[in-house]
Design a protein around this ligand. Structure first.
Ligand SMILES: Cc1cc2nc3c(=O)[nH]c(=O)nc-3n(C[C@H](O)[C@H](O)[C@H](O)COP(=O)(O)O)c2cc1C
Length: 233
C-alpha cells in the first residue's frame, strides 16, 4: 500500500492552500487505487469541510498520514542538547526513539505532500521547525566518505502546494524545499501546485482557485494516461 505523508503547515481555519492540498490528496488516493471511479472519492475520508477524520486514514490503495503542524506544536531547537541526544540515538541504533519520529516517518513515506501558504516570500516558521526535526543524519540522509550528503528517503516524489496573495516571484519556500530534498534527502521529483494573486483587489479568488484545482486534475489525468501507456508496453 502506498504511504502518503501529508505535512500540513496551513495556519488559517479557512485555508485555501489546505483546500488545494486536500484536492491533490484525493486525486493521489484515486490514482493509487488504480482508477478514477468516483466512489473512491466519496469514500476517501475527507468530509465536506475538507478535513480528514483522523491523523491516519486509509483510502483504497493508499494510507495517508497527516502531520498537522498547528496541532503538533513542535519546539524550535534552541540548544545543542536535543541535537546531541538524537545523534546518540542514531549511533546506538535506537531509531525507534520518539526524538526521531518525524525523521523516521519522512524517510519511510512513498509520496510526500507539503502544504504551506506563501508567507513573507517563503512559508510559516512552523514548517522550518518541523524540517529541522526531519533533517537527521543517519535517518533521512547520511554523509559519503567524501563528506557529501546522500539521501536515505524512500519517497519517489514530493508535491509542494501553496497559495499567495500576490505573485510569488521570489518563491524562497519552494526553492528551499527543492534544494533540501534534492541535496540531502535524495528526492528528485518535486512538483509545485499553486494559486497566486488571490488577495489582489479586483481579482476573483474563486476563479483562481478553480483553475488551480483544475491543474491538479489535469496533472493527475496525464499521469494516469502515462501509466496506462506504460502498462501497455
Ligand atoms: C503572515 C503573512 C505573510 C504573508 N506574506 C505574503 C507575501 O510575502 N507575499 C504574498 O504575495 N502574500 C503574502 N501573504 C498572503 C498569503 O500568501 C495569501 O493570503 C495566501 O493565500 C494565504 O493562504 P491560506 O488561505 O492557505 O491561509 C501573507 C499572509 C500572511 C498572513
Amino acid at each position: 500500500m502506498e504511504k502518503i505523508l501529508f505535512i500540513n503547515a496551513c495556519i488559517r481555519d479557512c485555508s485555501r492552500t489546505l483546500r488545494l492540498a486536500r484536492h491533490l490528496l484525493d486525486r493521489l488516493a484515486i490514482a493509487a487505487a488504480g482508477n478514477f471511479d468516483s466512489t473512491v472519492r466519496e469514500n476517501s475520508g475527507s468530509d465536506a469541510a475538507g478535513k480528514y477524520d483522523s491523523n491516519a486514514v486509509q483510502i483504497r490503495g493508499a494510507a495517508v498520514e497527516e502531520v498537522d503542524l498547528r496541532k503538533e506544536k513542535i519546539q524550535a531547537i534552541s540548544s545543542f542538547d536535543p541535537l546531541e541526544r538524537r545523534e546518540r540515538m542514531v549511533r546506538e541504533g535506537r531509531t525507534d526513539a520518539p526524538e526521531l519520529k518525524y525523521a523516521r516517518q519522512f524517510a519511510d513515506a512513498d509520496t510526500i505532500v507539503i502544504a504551506a501558504p506563501y508567507w513573507d516570500l517563503a512559508f510559516p516558521a512552523i514548517l522550518k521547525i518541523y524540517l529541522e526535526q526531519v533533517t537527521v543524519t543517519g535517518v533521512t540522509f547520511r554523509y559519503s566518505p567524501e563528506g557529501r550528503p546522500v539521501g536515505m528517503c524512500k519517497a519517489r516524489r514530493l508535491f509542494y502546494v501553496m497559495t499567495s496573495g500576490g505573485p510569488a516571484i521570489f518563491n524562497m519556500g519552494y526553492d528551499y524545499i527543492c534544494t533540501l530534498c534534492r541535496n540531502f534527502f535524495g528526492i528528485e521529483d518535486i512538483r509545485l501546485f499553486k494559486a497566486e494573486n488571490l488577495d489582489i483587489a479586483g481579482n476573483d479568488p474563486e476563479q483562481i482557485m478553480a483553475s488551480a484545482l483544475a491543474c491538479v486534475d489535469k496533472a493527475a489525468e496525464a499521469e494516469a494516461e502515462a501509466e496506462a501507456e506504460e502498462k501497455k508496453l
